[in-house]
Design a protein around this ligand. Structure first.
Ligand code: ZN
Length: 467
């Protein structure tokens, strides 16, 4: 989309919009073709497009910010039992709210379900990434109680959709934020000042901290970050020297399963193009939840980029993927999020009404960063993961779907980059059992690996709770 001669070494050169490679040439982002001003849909440009069903919302053109906001409010208004509006903790640098919707059965409960997070528009000019995210919300609400698979999955999984994380960029139709930072180079883990537009420091942008805090305060067992326009899916590492992640087999099988639906190929992000400071790298090494970048684009990729070819065709699938598409990939991601063999569970018997919290604290590091004294060294930043559930249901017996406490040893360390790590940090969750007023009655450490379950013995909490 913004090809330059510098891109020719990449086999995806002509369309490497998302990698930001063209930005290294200093060329300002031209409005992406996908982000043309809202207008009635162009006539279908391919035989397949003519057969694609209408979108779940019935829309035929790109949304404005007001359209996204009214859609989310309407879904929550129609089904308050199923849809809850969420406002992320930080306003954008221009003061705009960043909002999303949570969708699950009994959505108001703090019920300990695993979370599938889908975000759109880290890059504000990649409009189709927000459209498919929002359409999935319409689809889930319309099919709850009608479609057996969707009804079952909404009983098991909490879906959090945030269609526009870079709201200022969307409003301006620019890749970067209003502060001219590429959000997807601003995440602290492995952050490098050598990347194009990485921000003044790791986590310098409120938009980036929003995504960090959203993931840190929930058990996001599966995460999709939507972009345009490459027709592929990417997972860690971001840099070849970091080596493959410990859970590479899990990443590959998950991406394979999604690929049978959307028809996209998958590879490591580093093999596509090397970067640093992207969300999928931080989220995996901090939480061990699987995060995948999905680059929505036409299939085949050379087609004209219209609303039809990028949104309805890619939502429902075309050609050999007709009836599957990214909708099918999202449903696979819900199944991945629900799969207890792919995360961990904490079980126990808690006093009815007790508030259970798990947390862990640890430091992570950037790539080496030049220092005032002329040396270069990694900079650390703290991470705090904490989430809460209430054992109100099922008579106090609970099963809490969580990410493993055992965490992959990260390639970015205090003394530099160490690639091809194979080990894990034998960390534990700290679990507290408290009264609703916050009085902690019991604290225990729980170590749990991927695919495993651990029993929390809350005898002490039960004994003290009603005194
Ligand atoms: Zn992008």
């Amino acid at each position: 989309m913004r090809a330059s001669s510098a891109l020719s070494k990449s086999r995806h050169a002509a369309v490497a919009l998302c990698t930001g490679l063209a930005l290294t040439t200093g060329v300002l982002a031209a409005p992406a073709q996908a982000a043309q001003p809202a207008q009635p849909a162009a006539p279908a440009t391919s035989p397949e497009a003519a057969q694609t069903p209408a979108l779940p919302s019935g829309r035929t053109q790109y949304r404005t910010l007001a359209d996204y906001q009214s859609d989310m409010a309407a879904l929550a208004g129609r089904r308050p039992d199923l849809v809850k509006q969420v406002t992320l903790p930080h306003r954008t640098s221009e003061g705009r709210a960043v909002t999303g919707v949570e969708i699950t059965d009994d959505v108001q409960q703090q019920d300990g379900k695993p979370v599938l997070l889908i975000t759109g528009m880290h890059h504000g000019n990649e409009w189709a990434s927000g459209e498919v995210t929002m359409e999935f919300g319409h689809d889930l609400v319309a099919n709850h109680g009608r479609d057996k698979r969707i009804t079952r999955l909404l009983d098991q999984v909490r879906v959090l959709l945030v269609p526009i994380v870079n709201v200022d960029g969307f409003v301006r139709n620019t890749r970067r934020t209003a502060t001219n930072v590429d959000m997807n180079r601003n995440y602290g883990f492995g952050w490098s000042p050598n990347e194009p537009f990485p921000g003044s420091a790791p986590w310098s942008e409120p938009e980036t901290r929003n995504v960090r805090d959203t993931i840190s305060s929930r058990q996001v067992t599966t995460y999709l970050t939507m972009h345009t326009c490459l027709s592929n899916m990417l997972y860690p590492p971001l840099q070849l020297k970091a080596g493959l992640p410990q859970d590479i087999d899990a990443f590959r099988s998950f991406a394979d399963a999604m690929g049978t639906q959307n028809g996209y190929y998958h590879t490591t992000s580093a093999e596509d193009y090397e970067t640093a400071g992207e969300v999928i790298d931080w989220s995996y090494y901090a939480t061990r939840g699987l995060g995948v970048t999905v680059e929505v684009c036409t299939t085949p990729m050379g087609l004209p980029r219209t609303f039809e070819s990028l949104v309805p065709d890619q939502y429902w699938g075309v050609g050999p993927n007709a009836g599957k598409g990214n909708r099918g990939a999202f449903l696979v991601a819900m199944e991945q999020a629900a799969d207890r063999a792919a995360h961990s569970t904490i079980t126990g018997h808690a006093p009815k009404g007790a508030v259970l919290t798990i947390s862990k604290d640890f430091d992570m590091w950037t790539n080496p960063v030049p220092q005032p004294d002329g040396t270069s060294r990694p900079v650390s930043f703290p991470n705090r993961l904490t989430s809460t559930m209430r054992a109100d249901e099922r008579g106090g017996h609970f099963v809490w779907d969580v990410n493993p406490s055992v965490r992959p040893i990260p390639p970015y360390q205090a003394d530099g980059v160490h690639g091809n790590r194979t080990g894990f940090l034998q960390e534990s969750w700290t679990l507290t059992c408290a009264r609703p007023d916050g009085k902690v009655l019991q604290t225990l450490k729980l170590k749990v690996d991927r695919g495993k379950s651990v029993e929390a013995n809350l005898h002490e909490c039960r004994k003290l709770f009603h005194r």
